[in-house]
Design a protein around this ligand. Structure first.
Ligand SMILES: *C/C=C(C)/C=C/C=C(C)/C=C/C1=C(C)CCCC1(C)C
Length: 218
């Protein structure tokens, strides 16, 4: 429900921001919309069978995580010219991370090696946004409000995202019973999605509003 409400909010708030920020808000709304539809699917399966199929989460993640990554590119593009390499590196990191995780969770690969591949993809993303070109463009060209949003988004990708590999770890790499693990995994992944999709969108909304008002005032 919170994901649907956020979708409505982000789409309506597009009216309030200047043209170059509208795409960022559209993307935030698409992320929460796509996730809410997948939660309806997952709920139906859960009501019918008592279990939540991992495959729905990964279908969702394969669409929403690239969109979240595009947000880094979009907020920098709203203020300066950004080379396309930034975009492609963020995409490569994202797909390595998710495909690694899926191969492990779905049983196509042993869980440990799959986990390590997934972690490497995530590390690649973190490198790009902290020390790579994306991080440098932010430090050199972004106005203070954008830098502060970029920084908060980066913290979400670090501390908000760490929840998922922890979920994977407690779900698959410890010796607790499969049932306890599945419950733990679902609660952990659900809470993480609220933070990483809604809070992430709100940070972007807040910088979009403040930069639009700033532009109007000057
Ligand atoms: C809205 C959904 C989001 C932000 C999903 C993010 C998912 C991850 C950051 C997953 C990360 C994983 C690893 C870092 C290691 C391998 C296992 C994964 C796929 C759970």
């Amino acid at each position: 429900m919170a994901l649907i409400a956020s979708t409505v909010f982000f789409f309506l708030e597009r009216d309030r921001v200047s043209a170059k920020w509208k795409t960022s808000l559209t993307v935030s709304g698409l992320v929460t919309l796509i996730a809410s539809v997948h939660y309806f699917y997952m709920r139906d399966v859960w009501v019918a069978t008592g279990s939540t199929p991992t495959v729905f989460r990964y279908i969702d993640w394969l669409i929403t995580v690239p969109l979240l990554m595009i947000e880094f590119y979009l907020i920098l593009s709203a203020i300066t010219k950004v080379p396309s390499g930034v975009f492609w590196r963020l995409m490569i990191g994202t797909f390595v991370m998710l495909i690694g995780g899926y191969l492990g969770e779905a049983g196509y690969m042993p869980v440990w090696p799959a986990f390590i591949i997934g972690m490497a993809g995530w590390a690649f993303i973190l490198y790009e946004i902290f020390f790579g070109q994306a991080g440098k463009i932010n430090a050199q060209s972004a106005p203070p409000a954008v830098q502060s949003a970029f920084n908060s988004m980066r913290l979400i990708v670090t501390f908000g995202w760490v929840i998922y590999p922890l979920g994977y770890f407690f779900g698959y790499l410890t010796s607790s019973s499969p049932e306890t693990s599945a419950n733990a995994l679902n609660i952990i992944y659900n809470a993480a999605d609220v933070l990483n999709k809604i809070a992430f969108g709100l940070i972007i909304w807040s910088v979009a509003v403040s930069e639009s008002e700033h532009a109007k005032a000057s």
